[in-house]
Design a protein around this ligand. Structure first.
Ligand code: SF4
Length: 222
């Protein structure tokens, strides 16, 4: 069984298209490249031991020789939010929509998934904006719910690279009153790889050992 320090959690982006289909894209945060990369890249990488992509909700992870780079040596030491990248605190799946998805379909998606917002992306996953439930409420009550695409109601959104420390993200959300932020691969690759919510940050801070999510994967002592 690989050591937990060598495990990288896989993040899944599901994107709803206008025809109702869902496109999936899986990434891991690559310590060697300091950005999120598609898991396909790991399969061809000499540092990769195995890529495990279980079906459904089963754990998905990459065992990578570079994974322990930059992590604390002693797993018993509580992680610092100043030294922990946000990719270790965000949830494993993010739901996105393409800009031409109808607001009606988007509204149904948010309700079905019990989420409060969705990044709007182009066909390559690059962030265009964000739609929140509040935006949809205004669309319904002020405008009378006209048949418009998601791009008509989305707001511009700040992006945060996956390598940004949890503490920096938490401070930004607290100071600017932001409940959710899209996480992108890096400044140079602004494709969406996840969303961090205030609840995610609080859950990470409240976790007794303050561990990265790898600690919940097979091989961990969590
Ligand atoms: S296996 Fe290679 S590409 Fe994948 S995360 Fe590790 S170093 Fe990066």
């Amino acid at each position: 069984m690989p050591a937990p320090a060598n495990l990288l959690p896989v993040h899944l982006r599901r994107t709803l298209r206008a025809d109702g289909s869902l496109v999936e894209w899986m990434t891991v945060f690559c310590p060697a490249k300091a950005r999120s990369v598609a898991t396909d890249l790991c399969a061809d990488c000499t540092r990769c031991h195995v890529v495990v992509l279980g079906r459904g909700e089963t754990p998905k992870f990459v065992v990578c020789e570079s994974a322990s780079r930059g992590q604390r040596e002693d797993p018993g030491v509580v992680a610092s939010p100043h030294a922990t990248p946000v990719w270790g605190a965000m949830s494993g799946t993010v739901l996105c929509v393409e800009a031409d998805v109808s607001v009606e379909r988007l509204n149904a998606m948010l309700i079905d998934a019990s989420i409060d917002c969705a990044p709007v992306v182009d066909c390559d996953g690059t962030l265009l904006g964000v739609v929140t439930r509040s935006d949809l409420m205004r669309w319904q009550w002020r405008s009378g719910a006209p048949a418009v695409p998601a791009r008509s109601v989305m707001q511009s959104a700040r992006t945060v690279p996956a390598v940004t420390p949890v503490a920096t993200v938490g401070a930004l959300m607290a100071s600017e009153g932001i409940d959710a932020l899209p996480i992108v691969s890096s400044d140079g690759h602004p494709v969406v790889v996840g969303v961090i919510t205030a609840r995610d940050v609080m859950a990470w801070l409240a976790h007794p050992a303050g561990r990265l999510r790898e600690g919940r994967l097979p091989g961990s002592d969590a």
